[in-house]
Design a protein around this ligand. Structure first.
Ligand code: PEP
Ligand code: MN
Length: 334
């Protein structure tokens, strides 16, 4: 950490700050230039509160150098984390996995049709929301626990893994026997009580990037779950909100590269929510593969025009078949 002093900071002000830091075990070195008076603070500055230091008289600005997250960082763990979802099924470390399914669980027939399609495409993970965090209270809110039981029944029949969104801490206990991977949605990336409860679980947690979250804030959300004792965290870039309205969101493909650099955690891409347009999903999926994402999460539906939610960004099943084929073709040449 570097503490930059005001040009006319007094000796007394400087001494007060240096004493405060040294008393707490930090070593403080004067690294001033002719122009700028500043000090390097060495030690575990993770828990040092920047605004406390900036509140000292004579301090101009504090520059933090140490990362604000520890367990999620590549400095903490050099090798990629590979998450075991079940025997023979992992996420991370070079494999490119696909999670697919409808935005929301609607009825059993639709789920069976989708599950059969996944089986035929050798896709192992089915998604489906039953607690839908909708922007409008008048929109379909999901079938709740009854829908989850339906999803689990179909998933078991086709040997698929269940991925579903959880939106409150109390739900975790209620749904834990029916879920293989918990999904934390964009609207709940900063639901810290929820992240804490998921930190006490063993099953993997996918954390979608908050709509307006920086990469650092996103990694700090992962840190909550890791710090709670659950090492099985997967990140998912799902587009961020920008000034552009042509697409639903803006897919920040650079975030995949950034996360790979900064963290050892797997990172997937959701091209459905990123674009809001089914026509873009295949190409964005291939782009995700090229930049080194660990997989994609895609919305699919046999009849998108009848879907209760997100139909416009759901692939018809034959289009999903083509996506899987193209992904496999590209995998071979990468
Ligand atoms: C979803 O996956 O259906 C969903 C609501 O996603 P997000 O949280 O990314 O909007
Ligand atoms: Mn959706």
């Amino acid at each position: 950490m570097i503490v930059q002093m005001k040009k006319y900071a007094t000796e007394k002000e400087i001494k007060k700050l240096v004493d405060f830091l040294t008393e707490r075990g930090f070593s403080v070195k004067d690294i001033s230039s002719e122009e700028i008076k500043m000090f390097g603070v060495v030690g575990d500055t993770m828990n040092l509160n920047v605004s406390h230091i900036e509140a000292f008289e004579g301090v101009y600005k504090v520059h933090k150098i140490q990362k604000t997250y520890r367990l999620a960082s590549r400095d903490y763990k050099k090798e990629d984390t590979i998450i075991k979802v079940k025997e023979g099924l992992t996420i991370g470390g070079g494999s490119f996995q696909i999670i697919a399914g409808p935005c929301a669980v609607e009825d059993k027939e639709t789920m069976i049709e989708i599950a059969e399609n996944l089986r035929d495409n050798n896709v192992k993970m089915i998604r489906g929301g039953v607690f839908k965090p909708r922007t409008s209270p008048y929109s379909f809110q999901g079938l709740g626990i009854a829908g989850l039981k339906m999803l689990k029944e179909v998933a078991d029949k086709y040997n698929l893994v269940v991925v579903t969104e959880v939106i409150s801490p109390e739900q975790v206990d209620l749904i834990k026997d029916y879920v293989d991977i918990y999904q934390v949605g964009t609207r709940n990336m900063q639901n810290y009580p929820l992240l804490k409860v998921l930190g006490a679980q063993k099953k993997p947690v996918i954390i979608k990037r908050g709509m307006s979250a920086t990469i650092e804030e996103w990694l700090l959300s992962a840190e909550y779950v890791l710090e709670g004792g659950n090492p099985n965290v997967i990140l998912c870039e799902r587009g961020i909100r920008t000034f552009e309205r042509y697409t639903r969101n803006t897919l920040d493909i650079t975030a995949v590269l950034a996360v790979k650099e900064l963290s050892h955690l797997p990172v997937m891409v959701d091209p459905s929510h990123a674009s809001g347009k089914y026509e873009m999903i295949e190409k964005l999926s291939l782009a995700s593969l090229v930049v080194g994402a660990d997989g994609i999460m895609v919305e699919i539906h046999p009849h998108p025009e009848k879907a209760y939610s997100d139909g416009a960004q759901s692939l018809k099943l034959h289009k999903f078949n083509s996506l899987v084929k193209e992904v496999n073709r590209l995998k071979k040449v990468l």
